[in-house]
Design a protein around this ligand. Structure first.
Ligand SMILES: [Ca+2]
Ligand SMILES: [Ca+2]
Ligand SMILES: [Zn+2]
Length: 237
């Protein structure tokens, strides 16, 4: 089903975008406002089903932008003291607010996110970090259409990877309508079936796989329901 609607109504997530740079110009991470606006548009298209998936309840609105020059924060890694310092200084809002940090972690890392059930234990850490060049207009081809943010926001709303748990039919990603997958997909391997003894081809077009941006375009109805439940329970969204 490519156009089914889940639930009723929408909730609008306020988004604070934190541009961390090491100086002026795009090459130093001081990305233009147009990239930010286009990234918000990609999130809305992805979560509303405009790209071909289900219409989730989630919509996104830019609340504000901060710009910070700090070369240590710019290359922050997941779990680093630089990340902790940046988030402590920049984070805005509460459990309902999406804080999106645009930086350049290095090492081929496209981004990472916190899960909603982590919020209570560490509210300052809450949020999503993305490689700035993964944003629409960036240079991280084939991951430069903005779907890194879509994927990470999926985590932020409670989704696991489609390959979580490998060929485990009963648990895996805890979503019943995403076929189990042995390992991450790369590229766009149409017809891949890495769990041959379980029904369904691998969900390579799902935002929660590791396919290229041009390959991934959908959330499933089960994922929409899981995000709705998790965000309500842990974020009050
Ligand atoms: Ca599944
Ligand atoms: Ca299969
Ligand atoms: Zn992920």
């Amino acid at each position: 089903m490519m156009d089914e609607t889940y639930g009723a109504g929408t909730v609008t997530v306020q988004v604070w975008v934190h541009v961390i740079n090491r100086g002026s110009g795009i090459s130093n991470g001081d990305i233009p406002q147009s990239w930010i606006d286009n990234q918000i548009a990609v999130l809305n298209n992805s979560f509303s089903g405009a790209t071909g998936g289900v219409n989730t309840i989630f919509r996104f609105q830019l609340a504000g932008v901060t710009r910070t020059t700090n070369s240590t924060w710019y290359t922050m890694a997941d779990g680093s003291s630089a990340e902790a310092q940046a988030k402590a200084a920049l984070r805005r809002g509460d459990a309902t607010t999406l804080n999106l940090y645009c930086a350049a972690p290095g090492g081929g890392i496209l981004g990472w996110a916190t899960f909603p059930w982590w919020y209570a234990g560490n509210p300052t850490d809450d949020g999503v970090v993305i490689l700035n060049s993964s944003m629409p207009g960036g240079s991280a081809s084939p991951y430069n259409l903005g779907d890194t943010a879509t994927h990470e926001v999926g985590h932020w709303l409670g989704l696991y990877h489609t390959f979580q748990g490998g060929c485990n039919a009963t648990a895996g990603d805890y979503v019943s309508d995403t076929p189990a997958e042995r390992s991450p997909a790369s590229g766009c391997p149409t017809g891949r079936d890495s769990c041959r003894n379980l029904s369904g081809l691998d969900p390579i077009t799902n935002f929660m796989d590791y396919s290229t941006d041009s390959c991934m375009f959908r959330f499933s109805a089960g994922q929409a329901a899981r995000m709705d439940a998790a965000s309500l329970q842990y974020r009050g969204l």
